[in-house]
Design a protein around this ligand. Sequence first.
Ligand code: ADP
Ligand code: MG
Ligand code: ZN
Length: 608
Amino acid sequence: ISMHVIPDCTGLSAFSGNRQPSTNSSSYFPEIIDNLKQVFKLSAFRKNQLEAITAALEGKDVFVLMPTGGGKSLCFQLPAICTTGKTKGVTVVVSPLVALMKDQVDSLTKKKIDALLSTSENTGDSDDWQRLVRNDAKPKLWYITPEKLCASSSVEKMLSILYSQGNLARFVIDEAHCISTWGQDFREAYTLLGTLRENYSTVPIMALTATANKRTMKDIVAQLKLKNEATFIQSFNRPNLTYSVQLKKTPVPDIIAFIESKHKGKTGVIYCLSRKSCETVANKLCEKGIKASHFHAGMSPREKEQTAQDWQNNKTLVIVATIAFGMGIDKADVRFVIHHDMPKSLSGYYQETGRAGRDGKPADCLTFYSGRDLSKLIDQIRKTEDTSPDSKERQIEGVREVYQFCSNISECRRVQILQHFDEKFDRAKCNRGCDNCVAVADSRKLVREDVTKHAQGALNFVRHIRDRGDQITQIQLLQALRGSSTANIKARFEQAPQYGSLSKLPMELVELMFNRLMFLEMLSNVQVVNKTGFHIDYLEIGPQAQSLLDGRENVVLDWYPKPDKEPKQRKKLLGGGDSMSAPPRSRKGKKKVVIEDDPIEFSDDMYD
Ligand code: ADP
Ligand code: MG
Ligand code: ZN
């Protein structure tokens, strides 16, 4: 039994680069190191690469868990070109994303490594047949989609011929978490990979992923039927990333202030949920002289390619994108990743922020969240067709987990994130690496405030308005509860008993409270399309409101009261100006909450 579990709970060496193992006694080492330098033109291995490559050459099943950008590809590409391993022949690589496979095949071809790509679209079976079966010199790597691998009879034939000749070196299952229904990237065809072990019992299997908690890992190992696998796990901590999260108020001005104060002229990515906000945010940045472009699944492949290329070549600095921009992005010097909207899962958040600072130098991750984002995401999940109720519930649970993460301002962000991957992180090692640890280091006082009474008042107010058949937006509610002197707000709502009842509560608390009420499903949004086709969000009493009104539940908020002379640290970390704490402007009550139809982009072209 060979179980190399190499936990790296300090995470310090996860991205440290030049690390050579002290033991290189393996007989494969000379060829490995030669290929590393001559073919891949790299000078040293990253953590766990050499170990995984050696285990592969020893003919073992291998499980590699490595953060995005950690260098998983090398773990199977390098052994594929070695001639001294226990097994010889073609390395079959299964990956979910055609674009990504194309990139890899191109880059291998540039290194003069013979690599072949088969997808469901390409009908070049006869060509594949020539290269894999007829020719004596076989491709070293055969990239193939899971659908094609498991459903094409000609592929099956080629595989069994190779197998009988002893020409199958190993199966590589990249992004192996796609096999698990626990993950959000579940891919039906991946489940068929479970038959590889039975059909090709002597061929070793290597599974690689960046997204796995214990449950998913077990699932992968069980479904692929790995045996005595060599397991390489490393810490998911990214020591060079700084995490901070803010309640969303005026995101665009805050983003601009953040970039100008901390990352002027630097490369970054801003994630938005919808295509439309990508475009508007990118335009607003451009107006301020920040070179930005949008990127989403609604663009033509040509446009997307051009945009990605301009960014790669530093012609544009900031990409404002949906999650369509992601997998396969490999730019080392990304100095910041901003989430303009709340991410839809913690794994997604980790992956997306993980695109920052791949060069190991400091980088910032800033996230905006709100109760409204939460309810938008949940609505979208509920509306999604051909998703099972179970999977919807899981996704909703995932979104709520993100909200909890965002609104938790006491626990270290790293502790929270890594806990999601079942990894324990010692807060002392965060070292001012997140907003919450900076607050502690600066001796800011976290205050826990029970706002139950105020929350009850707010709910009663909404109920009162609804009972009389009227509607109210969140901004109107805020104005009314704060006792606005604006004429039309007064005229419409002053009769309600709670008018002005929150006038003494600090604005920050009022905002936190509204957002929390949405999270608790005590307040909810209903979108109404008005005569001119605009979508307006009105507030509604949520399904959980009664428990608060009955006094069965409390609303308790953590916050940092702002003293008059506040140390500038937190602001500096977040990079924003005063606009962050400014209440939403109520320009003479004329500010309408008019939200145009702005559908969220989910994972439409995650996979080709
Ligand atoms: P993953 O699949 O784990 O997300 P990749 O295999 O795509 O990561 O590698 C990410 C980047 O790291 C690539 O640009 C790759 O060339 C680079 N890389 C991988 N291994 C090394 C290494 N040992 N030294 C330097 N760069 C490396
Ligand atoms: Mg990869
Ligand atoms: Zn921390």
